[in-house]
Design a protein around this ligand. Structure first.
Ligand code: 2NE
Length: 270
């Protein structure tokens, strides 16, 4: 697989190859912890993914074998959020979580090493997770004076069940890749040196499928959890499809031609 750099960033790498985008958190010196800039770059890269017709699947991963992501960079945690060069405290990773959920393309987390704290929530909001044998999962919030009680708890409980989700948050233990697999937290466990290859294989299998079907399925999995925002995503997808029909075009053309629309030829199916 030959990855081409699609855009240059400081804290992440954004590469593409044959319909797949690979986004790598590149701060191995802090186990790929994110600072506000890291998250801003991730948001920018995911926006590019959304607009890129060529890309159908994203692999989100961390640089090196030691960590996928260790959550928010505690060195820049200030009063009210994580503080960047602009000195504004932010929790912009929450925006990124929503963006990953709303992206109308599949996102696969490829996890080697630690997926901890906010890094654990990041893999959780991805559609699928491939774990390396050395992967370790867990939340640390109550130990380090933090919590993510949005997707961090809600999606976790929906993924592995309420009791296990509460255990993870209340005890702050770590779980290895096989325990995570048994809980339904990850889709597959592979040797560390096979992780990226396996993620690409899964991405390629998804790429062979109908993009529209994947888009609607992803939206449907999120629609109840995301409430009206989830419904908006799904309804927007339906509008997009409707715009592609002759029936919708008749409405637009009639308006532009200053005539009554004629919808009589369009069937009212059961
Ligand atoms: C990730 C973990 C378990 C790794 O342990 P280990 O033993 O493999 O490495 P070590 O020595 O702890 O870490 C290596 C270097 O990375 C830094 C460390 O301080 C250390 O630096 P040096 O001593 O070499 O200078 N490092 C690791 N994680 C960091 C982090 N998150 N921020 C800044 N520096 C970090 C172990 O390192 C660990 O437990 N890390 C902390 C995990 C954590 O508590 N994350 C924050 C959770 S809160 C959160 O993410 C969050 C939220 O709850 C709500 C909203 C947004 C974010």
């Amino acid at each position: 697989m030959h990855w081409e750099t699609a855009h240059e960033y400081e804290d992440i790498r954004y590469e593409t190859s044959s319909g797949i985008a690979k986004i790598t958190i590149n701060r191995p010196e802090v186990r790929n912890a994110f600072r506000p800039k890291t998250v801003s770059e991730l948001i920018d890269a995911f926006n590019r993914v959304r607009d890129d017709h060529e890309v159908g699947v994203v692999i989100l991963t961390g640089e090196g074998d030691l960590a996928f992501c260790s959550g928010g960079d505690q060195r820049v945690r200030g009063h009210g959020g994580y503080v960047g060069d602009d000195e504004i405290p932010r929790l912009n990773v929450l925006d990124l979580q929503r963006q990953i959920r709303m992206l109308p393309k599949a996102v696969i987390a490829a996890v080697a090493g630690y997926a901890i704290g906010g890094g654990h929530v990041l893999h959780l909001v991805c559609d699928l997770t491939i774990a390396a044998e050395n992967a370790r999962f867990g939340q640390t919030g109550p130990r380090v004076g933090s919590f993510d009680a949005g997707y961090g708890t809600g999606i976790l409980a929906r993924t592995i069940g309420m009791k296990r989700a509460k255990e993870i948050w209340f005890l702050c233990r770590q779980y290895d890749a096989h325990e995570a697999y048994d809980m339904g937290l990850v889709n597959k466990v592979v040797p560390v040196d096979k992780l990226q290859e396996e993620a690409v294989l899964w991405a390629q299998e998804i790429l062979e499928k109908s993009p529209m079907a994947i888009r609607f399925l992803k939206a449907s999995f999120n629609v109840d959890t995301d409430g009206l925002a989830g419904l908006q995503q799904m309804a927007g997808d339906a509008t997009m499809m409707f715009y592609m029909t002759e029936e919708a075009r008749e409405g637009k053309n009639a308006f532009l031609e200053k005539r009554q629309p004629d919808f009589s030829k369009f069937p009212r199916l059961p």
